[in-house]
Ligand binder design. Structure first.
Ligand SMILES: Nc1nc2c(c(=O)[nH]1)N[C@H]1C(S)=C(S)[C@@H](COP(=O)(O)O)O[C@H]1N2
Ligand SMILES: [Mo]
Length: 207
């Protein structure tokens, strides 16, 4: 490895150490940001909460849709977690409120044949994730960030949050969770990003 890239790889760890943060929280090749960068392919889709719904369907016994008021009436959970973008920024201790995806999937009764989920956003963005990765307690459909309603740029009214994967798996403007009988690639996965997206393994691209 060239010396410059070695130095770059250590940048996040140095930043953490300088701030009294455990450097082992920073995945390889990431740096810390205090800002919250916005990365959206295309325009923010308009939404109307009176028309809005989230649907859970596919390889499930009991497909259903939730209106906004129904979603908000479900048990809500707050989590504080680090997030990591494939473009190399990491943001520590971000706080979110939403509904656990495991609760949503449990209610739908995923069939044994349901192995993966395609998250579908308003505007056509998609991303794929194994069902097993969505059952962790830190996986939410989130409507609140840092104590305030999610900003439109960050995915309002609702986004998926999968903290253990690079952030492109956290689909903004979420409208559907489609349970699938096998894996299928989403938008960035088809366009060169890694299928699994584990930041600790630096699974950035498939090439
Ligand atoms: N619907 C939708 N969701 C999306 C994206 C997008 O373009 N459209 N970009 C993804 C990518 S590549 C990243 S890094 C994060 C960025 O989230 P942020 O803009 O809140 O930082 O959203 C992910 N979710
Ligand atoms: Mo990204």
């Amino acid at each position: 490895m060239a010396i410059t890239s070695k130095i770059l790889r250590k940048r996040g760890e140095r930043q953490a150490a300088d701030r009294g943060i455990d450097p082992s929280r920073i995945p390889p090749g990431q740096y810390l940001t205090e800002r919250f960068p916005v990365l959206t392919y295309g325009k923010n889709p308009k939404f109307d909460l009176n028309e809005w719904s989230l649907s859970i369907h596919g390889e499930v016994e009991e497909p259903y849709s939730l209106r906004w008021d129904e979603l908000i009436a479900l048990p809500q959970h707050e989590i504080t977690t680090d997030i990591h973008c494939v473009t190399r920024w990491s943001k520590l201790d971000t706080t979110w409120v939403g509904v656990r995806v495991s609760d949503l999937l449990e209610r739908a009764k995923v069939k044994p044949s349901g192995t993966h989920v395609m998250a579908h956003s308003d505007g056509g963005y998609t991303t794929n994730i194994p069902v097993s990765a969505l059952l962790d307690d830190d996986v939410l459909v989130a409507h609140t960030y840092d104590g305030k309603p999610l900003e439109h740029d960050h995915g309002a009214p609702l986004r998926l949050l999968v903290p253990k994967r690079y952030f492109w798996k956290s689909a903004k403007f979420l409208r559907q969770l489609e349970v699938m009988p096998s894996d299928r690639e989403g938008f960035w996965e088809l366009n060169g990003y890694h299928n699994d997206a584990d930041p600790w393994k630096e699974e950035r691209h498939w090439f």
